[in-house]
Write a protein that binds this ligand. Structure first.
Ligand SMILES: *Cc1c(COP(=O)(O)O)cnc(C)c1O
Length: 838
């Protein structure tokens, strides 16, 4: 091997050097963007700043990679079909500690950093909580200096852009790459081939052993697109590698040889559809063939990449799990279990048992939901057609697994059917959760309650079969985005009193406990909230033309629209409030502004109807002059990460009102409490743990508990009893029935009423209504005592330490991945180690 030349590369300036940043911005405007720098126009300057920031990450990223390589550190691969990063500009600037110099630099060109940052289109490659969690986790891996990599798909179209037309949701396609993407590195020279279809055949290898190969396939290429993720002020930069589909290098020769040139090109276009669009369902399995292809496409490319990186450094396969941990974010990437077995057996020629041991010690799986409609299954016929070799391997995995079940539960044939990876009736299907459980060393739920329900209700036999395999890691959120960046006023107030340690050690917020009783501190806290409310109020005025009373209670429910999340319960209560106001405005002491935001899956009829109902009620209420401006309803269209950053810091009240036992964790609940909102919520998901941290007296808990919901469903719940017993509830339901809010479209809300009254009220809205309404009155009462409200707001915020995603990632690293953080070694401009490793 020729020796490497000594590097003469001069690293870029330190990140806090304003003048060099200015110079780089101008250079990028000219030489990267081909623009005239004078007069400065905002968009090129946004992009040039992004390039200049990216420049400062690349050095550190290469350095980080080389340190991984040199230290032979164990790596974590976080596989997720969704990432929801939102905007990168300010996040990267804060994490690189460049905010002072960036603000100054752009100011000298006549720009405001906030305005430039608004020009960035959100990266919306996820639906909601699950995708956002993946992005918070990458931020924390970088912050904790864990050798980690994110892997996913670079969709051409992310989650749809939501607009409203006459109160109905309209989906527009999210062409997020329209203006290019200054953050990513496309790597067209690095392609992997991914196979689909074809068939398998047996052959004798050189030792006379029967082996299998997968032939006659259609092949698609995967191209890496890398986005760098910087840690907070630590010189550690990790990578989110997203795969884009490309047609194979060769044209389809058959077409080509027949002179069908255009047919060959069409074929090419067809293969690139695989990474075209994100499926817009949250917590529902849509079961489309293209989705299965997306899953395998990304898993296959990822494993080729992982094996390329590690194969040459391991002495034998049994040590592979000492170098690699793979986390499956839900079952979406769980075909990886079969793919890794295929690679080990068909390509590396390991024996079954040896391969299986390596496989199980490599994988861990995170379960995200108890909802039956979300549990992924694939028809065996479909899976066998798209991935014939994988189907064979899954059947073999199942054969070994069922032998274990038989041995453990002799004579229990009912259990074989229940636990089998293959569901036989009414149609043969592959249960991906079972594949993931059997193929992983650890399975985790995402809150204490969710993990307990997983163990008790969903997988009790798995618990017996694999003691200790199912455990809990409560979700978290990154305090860098959700407090430092989103709420600079509060961040500054906190840092002024306890320094900046909280940014990476959120537990340190507890140091503010003595300040709770300091009237001046409470006043300062209230002032920040007021400014955040004014900021939101200006945004709402711009977006909707509606004027909001800044002293009103900002009551907020923003999240995906789903029946189990119960936006319908909220709007029904709001209608009852409106009725009280119509009868006697003085009967309501606290003016409220009720905010809703969230997308409904395009095919989810009931959820879309809830959006329409909210907007119809808003139309009537917001235009009723008789209620003394004491109630306003705002539906903010296109809820997304950047909008969440504007709404959450301004909230007084956080609505976390899912039917108990149905929200796995929630992370919105954590973002609100961290920003000083009080929660009104059920004992569901992480709400339970939030209550434990902030104290029962500092949160508004109502409603049935998970066990009570289950019991009520068993014993039979009669929604008509609730209707008859509660006159206010009855009045609101009758108004909906009688088309009070929708005289133009009579009858449209009947399906909602039907599901409540005739359909058995599966989500227990009516069962929880009276307690919810009473608890909302307790909220009003407390809000009248602004000093006490502020006290509790502070107590909520400073006790959120547990819900930092740094804690979650610390748990995964220690208990599941068994990886150690790299020691802190600041990038000093030198990259002395050989690298070949990225
Ligand atoms: C945090 C977040 C979510 C998850 O909210 P939940 O209330 O936990 O369902 C969804 N969407 C966006 C944009 C988020 O930032």
């Amino acid at each position: 091997m020729p020796s490497r030349p000594v590097s003469t590369y001069k690293p870029l300036c330190q990140s806090d050097d304003k003048d060099s940043l200015k110079n780089d911005i101008q250079r990028h405007v000219i030489s990267s963007l081909g623009n005239d720098y004078d007069p400065p126009r905002p968009y090129p300057y946004y992009k040039a700043l992004a390039y200049a920031v990216r420049d400062r990450m690349v050095d550190r990223w290469i350095y980080t990679q080389r340190r991984y390589h040199e230290s032979k550190a164990k790596r974590v691969y976080y596989l997720s079909l969704e990432f929801l990063p939102g905007r990168f500009l300010k996040n990267n600037i804060y994490n690189l500690n460049m905010d002072q110099c960036s603000r100054q630099a752009v100011a000298e060109f006549g720009f405001d950093l906030e305005d430039l940052s608004e020009l960035e289109w959100d990266a919306g490659l996820g639906n909601g909580g699950l995708g956002r969690l993946a992005s918070c986790f990458l931020d924390s891996m970088a912050a904790l200096q864990i050798p980690g990599h994110g892997y996913g798909i670079r969709y051409d179209y992310g989650i749809f852009f939501q607009t409203l037309s006459n109160g109905h949701q309209i989906e527009k396609c999210d062409n997020w790459l329209r203006n290019g993407n200054p953050w990513e590195f496309e790597r067209p020279e690095n392609l992997y081939e991914v196979q689909f279809g074809g068939h398998t055949e047996a052959y004798q290898d050189e030792n006379g052993k029967t082996s299998f190969r997968w032939v006659g396939t259609d092949n698609i290429m995967a191209m890496a697109c890398d986005t760098l993720i910087p840690g907070y002020d630590n010189g550690h930069v990790i990578n989110m590698r997203l795969w884009a589909a490309k047609s194979s290098r060769e044209f389809n020769l058959e077409f080509f040889n027949m002179g069908n040139y255009v047919g060959a090109v069409e074929d090419r276009i067809h293969s690139e559809t695989i990474s075209k669009v994100l499926y817009p369902n949250d917590s529902v399995d849509q079961g489309r063939e293209l989705r299965l292809r997306q899953q395998y496409f990304f898993v296959s490319a990822t494993f080729q990449d992982i094996l390329r990186r590690h194969k040459k450094h391991i002495a034998c396969w049994s040590e592979f799990p000492d170098h690699v941990a793979v986390q499956l974010n839900d079952t979406h990437p769980s075909i990886a279990v079969a793919e890794f077995m295929r690679l080990l057996i068909d390509q590396e020629h390991l024996e079954w048992n040896e391969a299986w041991d390596v496989c199980v010690r490599t994988f861990a799986y995170t379960n995200h939901t108890l909802l039956p409609e979300a549990l992924e299954t694939w028809p065996a016929a479909l899976l066998g057609r798209v991935l014939p070799r994988h189907m064979e391997i899954i059947l073999e995995i199942n054969r070994h697994f069922l032998a274990k079940v038989r041995q453990h539960f002799p004579g229990r044939d009912d259990l074989l059917e229940k636990l089998s990876i293959i569901q036989e009736h009414p149609e043969r299907r592959v249960r991906m959760a079972h594949l993931a459980i059997v193929g992983s060393h650890t399975v985790n739920g995402v809150s204490a309650l969710h993990s307990r329900l997983l163990q008790e209700r969903v997988f009790p036999e798995f618990v017996e079969l694999f003691p200790g395999k199912i455990r809990n890691v409560t979700n978290g959120i990154t305090p860098r985005r959700w407090l430092l960046q989103a709420n600079p006023g509060l961040a500054a107030l906190i840092s002024q009193h306890i320094g900046t340690g909280w940014i990476t050690h959120l537990d340190e917020m507890k140091k503010l406990a003595p300040m709770v009783d300091d009237p001046a501190f409470r006043e300062a806290w209230r002032k920040v909230k007021k400014e955040n409310k004014q900021r939101l109020l200006r945004y709402v005025l711009r977006k909707t033309g509606i004027n909001i009373d800044e002293s009103s209670l900002f009551d907020v429910q923003v999240k995906r629209i789903h029946e189990y999340k119960r936006q319908l319960l909220n709007i029904i209560y709001v209608i009852s409030l409106y009725n009280r106001l119509r009868k006697d405005p003085s009967s309501v002491t606290v003016p409220r502004t009720v905010f809703f935001g969230g997308k409904a899956a395009p095919s989810y009829v009931a959820a879309k109807l809830v959006i329409k109902l909210i907007n119809s009620v808003a139309e009537v209420v917001n235009n009723d002059q008789s209620i003394d401006n004491k109630l306003k309803i705002i539906f903010l269209s296109n809820y997304c990460v950047s909008q969440a950053e504007k709404i959450i810091p301004a909230a007084d009240l956080s609505e976390q009102i899912s039917t108990a036992g149905m929200e796995a964790s929630g992370t919105g609940n954590m973002k609100f409490a961290l920003n000083g909102a009080l929660t009104i919520g059920t004992l569901d998901g992480a709400n339970v743990e939030i209550m434990e941290e902030v104290g029962r007296d500092n949160i508004f808990i109502f409603g049935l508990k998970a066990e009570e919901v289950a019991e009520k469903r068993r014993s039979g719940h009669n929604p008509w009893d609730c209707y008859h017993q509660n006159p206010a509830l009855r009045e609101t339901l009758d108004m909906i029935r009688d088309n009070f809010f929708n005289p133009e479209e009579p009858g449209i809300f009947q399906p909602l009423l039907h599901s409540l009254l005739e359909g058995g009220d599966h989500y227990m809205l009516l069962a929880d209504y009276a307690d919810y309404a009473a608890t909302q009155e307790a909220v009003d009462k407390l809000y009248l005592d602004q000093d006490e409200w502020t006290r509790r707001s502070i107590i909520n915020s400073i006790n959120m330490g547990k819900f930092s995603s740094d804690r979650s990632i610390g748990d995964y690293a220690r208990d599941i991945w068994k990886v150690e953080p790299l020691s802190r070694a600041d990038f000093n401009g030198n990259c002395p180690l050989p690298g070949e490793d990225a």
